[in-house]
Design a protein around this ligand. Structure first.
Ligand code: MN
Length: 339
């Protein structure tokens, strides 16, 4: 075969690879299925990794196929998991959570944290033992299936929470418990049932023998400087999100010539702006500029509402709402990572 045919063949194989490439892939296990014995048995590991995790991954790839979500990193995707729907929330969560779980376990686990992580654990929870007790208590208290987490908050503090199903603290669905996970323990029955049956507490006591604090410490340091922390902090500012919703649902129809929504909801804009102005600006975004912009937002919302109440002409309302939309984007810009 001459080189020309060879290069055509190579190109074809390359293209085939591009078409079938899956956006998300299984992480490699750094140890054998039996490596965590006697704490976690080989059969549980094999089924858990090759069947359960694989299924989450396959379903995630199906859910994002052909969408913009396929271009995002898994953690970025999960920040808006609730909005993206059940398939991404459950399977994306399943893929992220298990990938973390395999990584933080090791047959040669470093049994105690060191450095800054150790100091933070002592400051926040008084000791490593009390942190373990707290996590075990949360894990036992989790009704049904879920996870227990140690995570870094947007304020760069450590915190513990549990979550149902495959949720985790990255997600909007996690309410007040938002941040980047650095240690997660799977408390689904599939993680322990073959060896421990209904004794979740025994599994929880055993698993600390294979939690590798060296890896947790690396994840902790990475989380402290991860831009995702700011994205989560902004996403967790509920009052800003609430204002955004009404703005989007009134401004975009207006752009298309439909002033119905703003004429019926201008009062709501004023109410949301007032609540936003009274809310606490998240620590990372506090600045004189944002205080000024929020003040302008309250005044601008009132101005639009006043025009609506006076039954003003469309063009006046369009001009006023467009200006208000610009002000809103100043706030959005001040809360994004470029600043
Ligand atoms: Mn699992």
């Amino acid at each position: 075969m001459n080189t020309r045919y060879l290069s055509i063949l190579t190109a074809l194989f390359f293209l085939a690879g591009q078409v079938t490439a899956q956006p998300f892939t299984m992480p490699k296990l750094d140890y054998e299925y039996n490596a965590l014995e006697p704490y976690i048995d080989a059969q549980t590991m094999e089924i858990h990794y090759s069947k359960h995790h694989q299924a989450y991954l396959n379903n995630l790839n199906k859910a994002v196929a052909g969408t913009k979500a396929a271009d995002l990193k898994i953690a970025e995707l999960l920040i808006n998991a609730e909005r993206r729907g059940a398939a991404i929330r459950n399977n994306g969560g399943g893929h992220y959570n298990h990938s973390l779980f395999w990584k933080i376990m090791s047959p040669s686990a470093d049994k105690t944290p060191g450095g800054k992580l150790s100091e933070e654990i002592n400051t926040t929870f008084t000791s490593l033992d009390s942190l373990k007790r707290l996590m075990n208590k949360e894990a036992i208290g989790r009704f049904g299936s879920g996870w227990v987490w140690l995570y870094v908050t947007p304020e760069k503090k450590l915190a513990v929470c549990s979550s149902p199903n495959q949720d985790n603290p990255l997600m909007d669905a996690s309410g007040k418990n938002r941040g980047i996970p650095v240690l997660g323990i799977d408390v689904w029955e599939h993680a322990y049932y073959l060896k421990y049956q209904n004794k979740r507490g025994d599994y929880l006591s055993a698993i600390w023998n294979v939690i590798d604090w060296d890896t947790v410490e690396s994840l902790y340091h990475a989380a402290l400087t991860d831009p995702l922390l700011k994205a989560i902090e902004k996403d967790a500012w509920q009052e800003l999100k609430d204002y955004h919703m009404v703005m989007a649902q009134t401004f975009h129809p207006m752009e298309e010539g439909n002033l119905g929504p703003i004429r019926s909801r201008s009062g709501e804009l004023v109410a949301k702006a007032t609540v936003l102005a009274a809310s606490k600006v998240p620590a990372s975004f506090q600045s004189p500029q944002i205080t000024k912009a929020i003040k302008e937002l309250v005044e601008g919302s009132a101005a639009v509402d006043k025009l609506v109440r006076k039954k003003s002409k469309d063009e006046k309302i369009v001009k006023s709402l467009t200006k208000l939309h610009d002000t809103f984007h100043v706030i959005q810009g001040l809360c994004s990572d470029e600043h």
